[in-house]
Ligand binder design. Structure first.
Ligand SMILES: NC(=O)c1ccc[n+]([C@@H]2O[C@H](COP(=O)([O-])OP(=O)(O)OC[C@H]3O[C@@H](n4cnc5c(N)ncnc54)[C@H](O)[C@@H]3O)[C@@H](O)[C@H]2O)c1
Length: 269
């Protein structure tokens, strides 16, 4: 009973400072634009030093410039997260630049150039491999690289960016993508249970439709928005805010979960 009432008093102390990331380091993959850039901006604004990864160095550089211009701390770490042999070396460079990675956000998930939607019956096996490499194998390698130090340090956060396509069948030729995202969610659930005792949490955010898919006045985009009860597409800032909660002290109770971030989307409307 004593422990329970002490915990209740701790809870009463939860203030906004519990949402800060001062002194933390974060690596965000695919952060040179879109959702990842939004995540990097929010984590830096909360006080983290952010390693901005992207396949394209120029994209990573421009996000770093914007963050540092706004008074935040960030470094560019361009590399291809699907390069199995190169990842360990690239992550050693990240560690040289920012130290141990306290927060890993694996956001890179759409192949360069957008990937090719393909009905499964027509899909070349190379498309399957590409989705598995980017969404599942890359995540596995990243986590394996940063997890030992997080466990030694007794603190860490792993966030996988997933998609509603992992749990909802869609008639738009994204079966391989959905399967790879579903696999990543499976790994997250096990990771959270294995690592929770060491102070490391692992969660996935399954995103709905995000801004940037097309012009707001495009009838196809408007049809998609009709299925979103809040009446708008998601933004990188929305995703960053959710990740800030998961990665701060305030979010420490959230572990081994897949959280849907989609404005309450009703599919097929
Ligand atoms: N956009 C959406 O509507 C939507 C919906 C659900 C889930 N998601 C998920 O959100 C995440 C971000 O999507 P987005 O729309 O911002 O994508 P995006 O294509 O706008 O940006 C992704 C970035 O990742 C980089 N990238 C691609 N392959 C890489 C690699 N091998 N190594 C390093 N960087 C690489 C790209 O260069 C690009 O800058 C993805 O995981 C995606 O599956 C997006």
């Amino acid at each position: 009973m004593g422990a329970l009432s002490e915990r209740t008093e701790d809870t009463m102390d939860l203030g906004v400072e519990q949402f800060g990331l001062s002194g933390r380091t974060a690596l965000v993959t695919g952060a040179g634009r879109g959702v990842g850039a939004g995540i990097a901006h929010v984590l830096a604004a909360a006080g983290a030093t952010v390693a901005v990864n992207d396949l394209h160095a120029a994209r990573a550089d421009s996000v770093v410039d914007a963050i540092t211009g706004a008074g935040g701390a960030a470094v560019a770490c361009p590399f291809d997260v699907t390069d199995g042999d190169g990842t360990a070396e690239a992550l050693a460079r990240v560690a040289d630049l920012v130290g141990d990675v306290d927060i890993l956000v694996h956001n890179a998930g759409i192949p360069d150039g957008g990937g090719r939607p393909n009905r499964f019956v027509d899909m070349p096996s190379s498309d399957w491999q590409l989705q598995i490499d980017l969404n599942l194998a890359a995540m596995m390698r990243m986590v394996q690289s940063v997890l030992p130090r997080q466990i030694e340090n007794g603190w860490g956060r792993i966030v996988q960016i997933s998609s509603g396509a992992s749990s909802q069948g869609l008639p738009i030729g994204v079966g391989a993508y959905g399967a790879a995202k579903a696999g990543s969610e499976g790994l997250i659930r096990h990771l959270g249970v294995e690592c929770g005792p060491h102070g490391v949490t692992a969660n996935a955010l399954a995103l709905g439709l995000m801004e940037g898919l097309g012009r707001a006045d495009d009838p196809a985009v408007q049809k998609m928005i009709r299925g979103i009860p809040i009446g708008r597409l998601g933004t990188g800032a929305d995703v960053g805010a959710a990740i800030l909660w998961l990665c701060s002290e305030a979010g420490g109770l959230v572990n081994a979960q897949v959280i849907h971030l989609n404005g309450g989307t009703v599919f097929g409307r």
